[in-house]
Design a protein around this ligand. Sequence first.
Ligand code: NAP
Length: 409
Amino acid sequence: MKEHKAPIAECLVKEIAKPAKDSVSEVVRSGDLVSYCAEEGVRILGEGKFLVSDSFPGNDRTKYCLTSKIPLGVVLAIPPFNYPVNLAVSKIAPALIAGNSLVLKPPTQGAVAALHMVHCFHLAGFPKGLIGCVTGKGSEIGDFLTMHPGVNCISFTGGDTGIAISRKAGMIPLQMELGGKDACIILEDADLDLAAANIIKGGFSYSGQRCTAVKVVLVMESVADTLVEKVKAKVAKLTVGSPEDNCDITPVVTESSANFIEGLVMDAKQKGATFCQEYKREGNLIWPLLLDNVRPDMRIAWEEPFGPVLPVIRISSVEEGIHHCNASNFGLQGCVFTRDINKSILVSDAMETGTVQINSAPARGPDHFPFQGLKDSGIGSQGITNSINMMTKIKSTVINLPTPSYTMG
Ligand code: NAP
């Protein structure tokens, strides 16, 4: 995969307008993920358990139980448009090392990159038929695949579609990585330069089209003016243009996404948010926009824009910030900036999200860390080890021995 990174990355640039440098990183990261998974899988799958019956009340030592991990069968992998290669590989590699076969349904935008990536597995010598790739619009072929009786597990990453799939899927293991409204809580004692740099990276990388993007900033009123000024200065430096030129902000994935983002911006405008920059759009290209003084009655306080638009809500207490975060239907990640380690742990414990980052923007990687969403953000946990375990079943063999009265003579 690393040898073929150039043509795969080129597809990502053309299909989903991912900046060229980030496209190459996505492919390289995916190659590393395969290698790590192969090593980790060998160890995980080599482990089993041995249990004896007399440790449970009322039992003699007459049963030995041996457990091992066995494959599920066919795993259906459905990644989203924003990481068509990496989020496909994060399903393919654990599925294969665990002994499963796999059907990949790539996102329509990103399908060509995914086909090139699958070709690498074939070039590497994987038997034909072990990995199948079925292209087509999810709205047309999705039900056929997700409700197919031959599918033994679904690993899906995307938006609300995942909630509908989990209602329709049968009695099979599901791994759902869905949307998020990751909050960034800034306390009074925070390093505001560090926070501003992370808000820019977290909020605007790949034009905000990341599940773990910072999607709302909750800042203590006493430091809000300073923070907003620092973030504003950095927004002014973001480059806007084409992915081939490695611009920071590139066109969002579809016209309907751009229209959706514009709807959130207009709603905020009508309800009195402060625009730190002028709103500007050309086709699917939306200039980065920071919205200050956002209030809970605005849609952008709750909805996931999936674009380069970031709301700031001023709070008067940490509790208010946590309350806002926990009132969301989402629970993917969150982050807190403070110099007080004790406070950061208390905030982390109180936030209803799968992960809390202390003094850094939310992020999915490194890929062996556990990654999970609470509430509408998902089912199950991924990360290399968790995904391998999730794509196996436990099989027991019980050896029954004679009763204690049996004599060996
Ligand atoms: P999406 O519209 O839900 O699509 C995700 C995938 O599902 C695509 O491959 C899509 O195919 C397919 N699909 C659509 N309808 C389907 C159906 N009825 N049955 C089966 N599959 C169907 O999401 P997206 O717009 O690609 O991605 C953005 C969303 O993903 C955001 O909400 C983001 O937060 C979330 N996300 C979450 C994570 C995470 O790890 N939690 C990571 C990245 C992204 P088509 O392209 O053909 O429609």
